[in-house]
Design a binder for this molecule. Structure first.
Ligand code: ADP
Ligand code: 5GP
Length: 198
């Protein structure tokens, strides 16, 4: 049976990954992986929907059992993609979306080399800081930490398949949708060639 395609939306915090994924899911039929995290649940977030919120002990048990496709430490918290739901959806032919930071994205690419990696960049560092500040979720210190982390993250962007600038949201979402459509179509063409009798 035809495998689904794994799409990874990645990049620094505040670039608009979450906003873009929300928009994509309104228009595309894809499975969004729900990550596990050890960070505190914030107001408005829903356990099992935004993240699965787990203790450090539980997270480390899952690491030992090989339960993560990838995981990373970001700030002082763990974040990880549960392996089973992603692998089973791909096997069933569904397209899967991960929204994760770059350390984890690069680890996925090592295991699933045909994953499509999309790096989201802001129009400027000034705009990135402004988005983090206006989102108002992190403390000033955490925003400084995230801006600092973004330097290493930007240095990995050239390893991705695509780089999309999230200046105007609509335009960025359209670009990502075009990448998804083109990829699915191209993979289908290859499948058909391989099925051909000659
Ligand atoms: P990430 O998931 O990458 O951390 P978010 O999706 O939470 O980023 O976006 C960070 C902030 O920037 C949010 O307040 C969001 O509403 C805002 N935002 C996202 N995209 C744009 C855009 N194109 N223009 C202006 N603000 C944006
Ligand atoms: P936040 O605390 O803002 O929700 O997430 C912090 C960072 O962790 C974001 O860049 C987000 O994309 C990333 N992230 C969320 N889930 C995962 C995951 O499962 N694995 C990895 N590696 N990063 C994740």
């Amino acid at each position: 049976m035809k495998q689904g395609v794994l799409f990874i939306i990645s990049g620094p915090s505040g670039t608009g990954k979450g906003t873009i994924c929300n928009e994509l899911l309104k228009q595309e039929k894809m499975f969004l992986s729900v990550s596990n995290t050890t960070r505190e649940r914030r107001v408005g977030e829903i356990d099992g929907v935004t993240y699965n919120y787990v203790s450090v002990e539980e997270f480390e048990r899952q690491i030992d059992k090989g339960g993560f496709l990838e995981y990373a430490k970001y700030g002082s918290n763990y974040y990880g993609t549960p392996r089973e739901p992603v692998e089973s959806r791909l096997q069933r032919g569904e397209n899967v979306l991960l929204e994760i930071e770059p350390q984890g994205a690069l680890k996925v690419k090592q295991q699933i080399s045909d994953a499509v990696m999309i790096f989201i960049i802001p129009p400027s560092m000034k705009e990135l800081k402004k988005r983090l500040e206006e989102r108002g979720r992190e403390t000033k210190e955490q925003i400084d930490e995230r801006m600092e982390a973004s330097k290493w993250e930007f240095s990995k962007a050239a390893q991705y398949n695509f780089i999309c600038v999230n200046d105007k949201l609509d335009e960025c979402v359209e670009r990502v949708r075009a990448i998804i459509h083109d990829t699915v179509k191209e993979r289908g063409l290859i499948e058909n060639l391989l099925k051909e009798n000659y």
